[in-house]
Design a protein around this ligand. Structure first.
Ligand code: AMP
Ligand code: ZN
Length: 138
């Protein structure tokens, strides 16, 4: 499915120009227009999926497989020390473009990029029960 009003559908199809690193029949990898760091890239599906909850495992496998290739190329080119691979789903999780995309964010010492969270208290027994409940849904 392609959504007419979706900017990433248009970018993925090449209707809106982008700094494209690589393109396949399933995805396009571009540089983010407002990067967190030099080399910040996005892998965007060609089909429209709102988010991970709609994406199929086969397409996801191809995207993450390419992420391993892109990460190495970006690291070689930018000389970054590390990289965050992240992917936001839903406004509550920070998603601003409702078309599935994976972020590759190069990281350097003291670069000021912030991806931290406070941790919760947990009980081992509760964690075991929760893991079992989630497993029953797989
Ligand atoms: P998210 O907040 O995970 O939905 O990320 C959306 C990302 O898309 C942001 O990092 C934006 O800077 C980026 N973005 C939005 N519009 C464009 C565009 N036209 N070309 C490239 N990147 C874009
Ligand atoms: Zn779309």
């Amino acid at each position: 499915m392609i959504k007419d009003d979706c900017i990433f559908c248009k970018i993925a199809k090449g209707e809106i120009p982008s700094a494209t690193i690589y393109e396949s029949s399933e995805f396009r990898c571009i540089l983010d227009v407002a990067p967190a760091n030099k080399g910040h890239a996005l892998i965007i599906t060609k089909e429209h999926y709102d988010n991970i909850f709609q994406l199929d495992a086969e397409t996801a496998a191809k995207i993450f497989s390419f992420a391993t290739v892109a990460a190495k190329a970006i690291k070689e080119e930018t000389g970054c020390e590390g990289m965050n691979v992240l992917q936001n789903n839903g406004a509550v999780a920070g998603q601003t473009v409702n078309h599935f995309h994976l972020h590759l964010v190069p990281r350097n010492t003291d670069d000021g990029v912030n991806m931290s969270w406070k941790t919760m208290e947990t009980e081992a027994s509760e964690q075991q029960a929760l893991a079992k409940s989630i497993k029953s849904r797989i």
